[in-house]
Design a protein around this ligand. Structure first.
Ligand code: SF4
Length: 252
C-alpha cells in the first residue's frame, strides 16, 4: 500500500497544480488588468468604493464626470452631498456611496495630506473601504498587495478550480495566499475575474472552450459549483421583481 502523503507534500502538490492553473490563465488572458478606469490612486480608491454592488462598466460611466468636477481629495472633500448624488445617481446605493467618497476624501485631507495611504491598516480606516477595496488599491496602485482580492468571480472560480473548499471570502483568501507566492496575488485576482467574466461565467461555464479543462476538477459539471444557494438566488429574483413592480406602480 502506498504511504500516505505528509501535509507538506500535499501542500507542495497543490502549489504545483495552482501554478499550472495560474500559467493557463495567464496564457488565456495576457491582458488581464483592473477594469475600473482610473489615472491615480485617488481615482482608484473612489472607483473601487463605487463598484460595490455595481458593475465596473456602470462605474466607468459615472467617474469621468465625477473626476472632472472634483479631481482630487481636496476638491471632493468640499463637495455638497446633493451634487455628488446627482452624478452618482445611476449606481445602486448612490446616497451611501456619495457620503462615503466625500467622507474618505475628507479623511485623506485631514490625516494623509490628501494622498492615499499605502498600508491596509490605514486604508480600511477610510469610510466605505473594507479589506477587498484596500487590497485592490494596494495591488493595482502600489504593487504592494497584503492579500488577494476575493470578489464574486474569484470566490466562484477558486471553488470550481479546487483551490479552496471554503465559502467565506476571508477563508478563501487565506487558502489562495497559501497556494500562490505574494508576487502573484495581485495578478491572480485579475486573471480569475477576467476568466469568470469571459469563460467561466456563473450560469454557463464554457468548459469546452476553456484551456483549464484538463486541470479543473469541476470541468463539464460546474453549473452548481461556486454559485449562490438556489434559495438565495430565488430571494434575489423576488427582490428584483418586487422592486420593478413598485417602480412600475410609482410611474403610473
Ligand atoms: S473547465 Fe469549466 S468549470 Fe473549470 S474553469 Fe474552465 S470553464 Fe470553469
Amino acid at each position: 500500500m502506498a504511504a500516505a502523503k505528509k501535509p507538506s507534500q500535499r501542500l507542495e502538490q497543490k502549489r504545483e497544480q495552482a501554478s499550472k492553473i495560474y500559467e493557463g490563465l495567464q496564457a488565456r488572458h495576457p491582458d488581464a488588468h483592473c477594469e475600473l478606469d482610473h489615472k491615480n490612486p485617488f481615482q482608484l480608491v473612489v472607483a473601487t468604493v463605487l463598484s460595490a454592488q455595481s458593475t465596473d462598466v456602470m462605474v466607468n460611466k459615472v467617474t469621468p464626470e465625477l473626476f472632472k468636477r472634483w479631481p482630487d481629495a481636496a476638491a471632493l472633500a468640499k463637495a455638497k452631498p446633493a451634487d455628488v448624488e446627482k452624478v452618482l445617481g445611476k449606481l445602486g446605493m448612490f446616497r451611501q456611496k456619495s457620503k462615503n467618497v466625500i467622507g474618505l476624501s475628507q479623511r485623506l485631507v485631514d490625516r494623509h495630506g490628501g494622498k492615499v495611504p499605502e498600508t491596509l491598516a490605514e486604508l480600511v480606516e477610510l469610510p466605505g473601504v473594507g479589506r477587498k477595496t484596500a487590497n485592490v488599491v494596494l495591488g493595482v496602485a502600489f504593487n504592494k498587495p497584503e492579500g488577494v482580492v476575493v470578489d464574486t468571480h474569484v470566490q466562484r472560480l477558486s471553488q470550481r478550480l479546487g483551490l479552496t473548499k471554503e465559502s467565506e471570502p476571508l477563508e478563501i483568501e487565506q487558502d489562495l495566499m497559501l497556494l500562490f507566492p505574494r508576487e502573484r496575488w495581485d495578478m491572480l485576482s485579475h486573471l480569475l475575474i477576467f476568466h469568470g467574466r469571459r469563460v467561466c461565467t456563473a450560469r454557463k461555464p464554457a468548459c469546452a472552450a476553456c484551456p483549464l479543462s484538463t486541470l479543473c476538477p469541476s470541468a463539464f459539471k460546474a453549473e452548481e459549483v461556486g454559485r449562490k444557494a438556489p434559495r438565495l438566488r430565488v430571494a434575489k429574483v423576488l427582490k428584483k421583481a418586487k422592486k420593478a413592480a413598485s417602480g412600475a406602480r410609482a410611474a403610473r
